[in-house]
Design a protein around this ligand. Sequence first.
Ligand code: ATP
Length: 239
Amino acid sequence: MLDVTGLAAGYGQVEVLHGLTFAVPKGQVVTLIGSNGAGKTTTMRALSGMIKPKAGSIRLNGREIGGLDSHEVARAGLAHSPEGRRVFPTLTVEDNLTLGAFPRLTGSRPKGDVAADRDRVYALFPRLKERRSQLAGTLSGGEQQMLAMGRALMLRPEILLLDEPSMGLAPKLVEEVFRTIRRLKEEQVTMLLVEQFAMAALGVADHAYVLENGRIRFQGPAEQLRSDPAVRAAYLGGG
Ligand code: ATP
């Protein structure tokens, strides 16, 4: 599904990622964990075309997507729900969702029925359905997070990148986010997850990579990393 080889990226002259190699197999959930500043968000940005890789290859279903613009990456089937809930605040919930389908409609991927896809998102997040006519900017933080995930799903992505979906949410809503991730996993949605709650992320993931200073330090089945004392001590203190 997603195969990343030797990925290097950064900001201006500063290289943050120094050659990452990892894979996300179809239907699986893979998580990137690591301390603050390790490069998790930068990895997500490089994958989604928000920043240009300096070296390496990013293949989605065998097709090279490294270096494409973010709209082309979306069109190829990679959806990114970025850190910090980027929704269009002056548009309604419903319009935000409809826009999420747009790259799919202009690309070569299956067009399908946008209304049916919205219903699927509303089934996952009944709260959004209740608020479908409300302006997104007036939603609570948790609701905006749901909308950002819902909008990414409207792409019918081959792979969904979730960057800190629980950031800033109350504990009850954090649980809800993880329940949603589990449900999506049951529906075979392929996901790459970055989370501050590393233990919870390892609980839902199949495989995990530990990033340290822009390099992969360990990797393994999520269950194994979860019970590894060294990993726990170094990275999982926060929950
Ligand atoms: P956190 O959990 O704190 O979000 P992270 O693992 O996601 O950490 P990144 O956000 O990828 O880490 O940051 C990696 C490095 O890149 C940090 O040293 C950070 O200061 C730097 N960095 C991030 N964004 C930018 C930017 N827009 N311009 C310049 N440097 C940046």
